[in-house]
Design a protein around this ligand. Structure first.
Ligand code: ADP
Length: 499
């Protein structure tokens, strides 16, 4: 009885609930997709109530699959899609409008205005972020300005802002707690990651009233309880972190220099930089990894926009594969790259180029090129882009990367990880539990109720497969040199073109 931890992993396209036992092993899992709203080009919205209902549904299903009751759950951990912005009415708990998703670029013009006014350095030095529609700050302002009565209601003290973690905790606690953790706060563009408070100056620039903001609390520790009326029991909510930070924790990247890369739709590479926030000159983000027991640890983050989604394009756009699983064998069959390089810049280039007008390009095509080479070039591109970010991180953090922990859907691909190890010249480790995001939330929650500490958690991390570099230095340099030439050519083609 009472021995299980329930992790809520609220993602961009689906909600998942995973129940873990006392050893940190998965007992059951349920996932539910929910609707994406695209009312205008560039807009991506979610219905916060639908998200809430999907989470409750997954909790019920995960419990019944494991033949457990809510009484068997001793703690809850929450991890969430980051930056997505919800405003709700505190008196009715109803969202004021649809939530604005991190991917939504509806505040681009306003961001450009802020950049033109010369605010880039101010925001960067205080929040570690660049001015970009991704982050919550400009989305909050958009909602206050565009939703009827929102500003008046906020003045009267009836509006709450939250990222998805805040919203779920509000609902789970029946409106008792309006909180968020340090990692989520650090993605809002209004949280000062050095002073650890909502930044008055930035709030004034963005015209956001402080009374709508949640209290920022530790990522691990008991800071809230579910309400008996909601789940039938008061359960401590003892772990909270944004998805990429949760994955960093789930991969037990506890020491400065520890790095994880998640190969999903895009890639997110995070390096723990310890108690020192390292600032980047070249487009890496500085962010809070987690705050526990009054101690804040920081991370550097690099984002690659297109990774696994290039494989989806081979399947759904080019239709040269039926499933992503085929790509491993096809890439091996190609035997080499035959001089083909693919820069999958479908939506521009992220770290370190930040070239939003770049578009995807193939280089080096000859008559001998087959679909196997095309597939191989897409997998290699994921590895090259990762190397671009790693090279920058090593330089900026002044740390040499020897080991990389990996997770995410595309990390199932052994060819990709072999090539990644070769091209980075470092060891790669894939853990047995690939659900590292939920695992991170579970570990934070378990630590929060005193079940584990970092050293017991470290012992739980088990490798599924290790990959060691075998390529010669000459070959590595030759391939990477050609990739960089392809990239330069792709960027040279980028221009404000009308598509
Ligand atoms: P997200 O959380 O971003 O939705 P996932 O971690 O679930 O992503 O990973 C899904 C992505 O991984 C898809 O883009 C898919 O194309 C890619 N993928 C899945 N299996 C493989 C594979 N065997 N080889 C390469 N890519 C794969």
């Amino acid at each position: 009885m009472n021995k299980y931890i329930l992790a809520i992993d609220q993602g961009t396209t689906s909600s998942r609930v995973i129940i873990f036992d006392e050893e940190g092993l998965i007992v059951s899992f349920h996932q539910k997709e929910f609707k994406q709203y695209f009312p205008k080009p560039g807009y991506v919205l979610h219905d916060a109530l639908e998200i809430w209902e999907s989470v409750v549904f997954c909790i019920d299903k995960a419990l019944s699959k494991a033949k457990l009751k809510i009484d068997d759950i001793m703690a809850i951990g929450i991890t969430n899609q980051r930056e997505t912005t919800v405003l709700w009415d505190k008196t009715t708990s109803q969202p004021l409008a649809k939530a604005i998703v991190w991917q939504s670029s509806q505040t681009k013009d306003y961001c450009d205005e802020l950049i033109d006014k010369g605010y880039l350095d101010k925001f960067k030095s205080k929040t570690g972020l660049i001015i970009n529609p991704y982050f919550s700050g400009t989305k909050i302002r958009w909602l206050l300005d565009n939703v009827d009565n929102a500003r008046e209601m906020a003045k009267a003290g009836n509006v709450a802002f939250g990222t998805i973690d805040s919203w779920l905790i509000w609902k789970l606690s029946n409106g008792k707690y309006h909180i968020t953790d340090y990692s989520n706060a650090s993605r809002t563009l209004i949280y000062n990651i050095h002073d650890l408070k909502w930044d008055e100056e930035l709030l004034a620039i963005l015209d956001i009233p402080e009374n709508i903001l949640p209290k920022v609390i530790a990522s691990s520790g008991i800071n809230a309880y579910t309400d008996r009326e909601v789940l039938g029991k008061e359960i401590p909510i003892s772990g909270i972190a944004g998805d990429q930070q949760a994955a960093l924790f789930g991969q037990t990247c506890f020491n400065p220099g520890d790095v994880k890369n998640t190969y999903g739709t895009g890639c997110f590479l995070l390096m723990n930089t310890g108690m020192e926030p390292k600032s980047s000159k070249n487009g890496l983000l500085t962010t809070i990894a987690w705050g526990i027991d009054g101690k804040i640890e920081y991370a550097l983050e690099g984002s690659i926009f297109v990774a696994g989604s290039a494989i989806q394009w081979l399947r759904d756009g080019l239709e040269i594969i039926k499933s992503a699983d085929e790509t491993e064998e096809m890439a091996r069959k190609a035997k080499g790259n035959l001089g083909v390089y693919f820069v999958p810049a479908f939506v521009g280039l992220g770290t370190p180029y930040w070239e939003e007008d770049a578009r995807g390009s193939f280089f080096g095509l000859t008559r001998g090129v087959t679909k196997n080479h095309i597939v191989r070039s897409a997998l290699e591109a994921i590895a090259y882009q990762t190397k671009d970010v790693v090279e920058l991180m090593q330089k900026e953090a002044n740390i040499k990367l020897c080991d990389l922990k990996v997770d995410g859907g595309a990390a199932k691909n052994n060819f990709l990880l072999e090539f990644q190890s070769d091209i980075l010249n470092c060891n790669i480790y894939r853990p047995k539990i690939n659900e590292t995001t939920a695992l991170g939330a579970c570990y934070l929650a378990g630590m929060g109720i005193g079940l584990w500490d970092k050293s017991t958690i470290k012992n739980k991390w088990v490798v599924d497969k290790a990959f060691h570099p075998e390529m010669t230095e000459k070959k590595r340099q030759e391939l990477y040199y050609n990739w960089q030439r392809a990239l330069k050519a792709c960027v040279a083609f980028a221009d404000k073109m009308n598509y």
